[in-house]
Design a protein around this ligand. Structure first.
Ligand code: BYC
Length: 327
């Protein structure tokens, strides 16, 4: 996986943009007005949004796979129905987000091709395996929990269609987080084997969940500009800290141990200090070296090929509908 260079800000573009339009745009952003698809916007703003929104869309779509893996093996009909609904929600999120990126002039075919060619990024978290049922609990609790922490502020991101997509997404993510936590509660209150399974899932998902928020602020090339344009409302480190502070008491309630010997409450700061994150692992996964990276992309490609007949049937139906209208 490499950088989406095409969609990166080109500093050369800025100098040719009319200064009055740039100033009016920046004043609107500073006044917390939403920028809408037909409004004038700097090219670099448009490209940054296409980059972030398309990566976000891909994450939702690839994110269906680790949990989809458990739909047929969920331990009861109730669990199966809930998981099926959750995974379908993630597919819906991907579609709203692709639509939001299309309002910026990106073509869906191009975005999907980039994913299938291994050129587009998607969240590192979905490159880890789900060997036990407790992983489904840990994903809902931690991964959806981290996603909410990141996405609630995005409801106030400066681009209107992205902000509005986030409102519905956050409502659904909140249900996802609770269903995951409820699975963890059940396992933590179960047999010793079930408690061990829950602890093992927490051990494996904790650090990758902290990595979801992106590199540390001093190694985040996009943060400064995205914060200025109010695309991002909080920095990566700020959101990571909020997540740790909210999640530690939840682990305590479950009676599970966060796998971090350096984790302790810092009275002066009013937050938890936590241990060093293995950033080498993060960057390796970003480069496409995650444990399930190849499997994820192959599964997406196969789904796309298997679905070709549906797209052809929809096109044929649309053609007939137009012919009928024209007749
Ligand atoms: N994974 O300058 P930075 C879900 C990349 S799905 C991979 O800080 P930025 C769910 C970053 O793209 C929710 N790559 O970047 C679904 C950049 O590379 P490029 C997913 C990452 O954009 C199913 C480079 O590293 N959520 O909830 O300012 C089931 C430098 O980073 C990651 C979103 O997508 C990563 N973790 O900030 C269950 C949220 N982190 O593009 C649940 C929307 C960084 O320059 N996205 N990189 O080549 C964002 O908020 C921001 O894009 C990020 C990164 C905070 C992720």
């Amino acid at each position: 996986m490499y950088t989406t260079e095409l969609q990166k800000a080109d500093p050369g573009v800025r100098s040719v943009e009319p200064a009055d339009l740039v100033a009016a745009f920046e004043a609107r952003v500073a006044a917390d007005e939403f920028i809408e698809p037909k409004d004038w916007m700097p090219e670099a703003y448009r490209r940054t949004l296409i980059r972030q929104i398309s990566q976000h869309a891909h994450s939702e779509i690839v994110g269906m796979l680790p949990e989809g893996n458990w739909i047929t093996r969920a331990p009861s009909l109730r669990r199966k129905a809930i998981l099926l609904a959750k995974v379908q929600d993630e597919g819906g999120h991907g579609l709203y987000l692709y639509s939001a990126a299309e309002t910026l002039g990106a073509s869906r075919a191009e975005m999907i091709d980039a994913l299938h060619a291994g050129k587009a990024k998607y969240s590192t978290i979905f490159n880890y395996p789900t060997p036990t049922w407790a992983d489904i609990g840990a994903i809902g609790w931690l991964v959806d929990g981290a996603a909410i922490m990141n996405q609630v502020p995005l409801q106030r991101t400066s681009y209107g269609p992205y902000a509005r997509a986030m409102v519905r997404v956050c409502k659904e993510e909140s249900f996802h987080q609770r269903q995951g936590y409820e699975i963890m509660m059940t396992l933590a209150a179960g047999t010793s084997a079930q408690r061990r399974m829950a602890q093992d899932a927490l051990d494996r998902w904790w650090w990758p969940a902290l990595m979801m928020f992106g590199p540390p602020d001093d190694q985040s090339p996009n943060s400064e500009q995205s914060m200025r344009w109010r695309i991002k409302r909080d920095t990566n480190d700020e959101l990571r800290q909020k997540f740790v502070d909210a999640t530690v008491p939840q682990a305590e309630l479950l009676g599970l141990t966060i796998p971090d010997p350096d984790l302790r409450w810092n009275e002066a700061r009013g937050g938890y200090d936590f241990g060093a994150i293995e950033w080498e692992e993060f960057f390796a996964v970003v480069r496409g070296e995650g444990p399930c990276a190849r499997e994820r992309i192959e599964a997406r490609r196969k789904a796309w090929e298997d679905g070709a007949w549906v797209r052809e049937a929809a096109d044929a139906y649309e053609m007939k509908r137009r012919q009928r209208l024209a007749a």
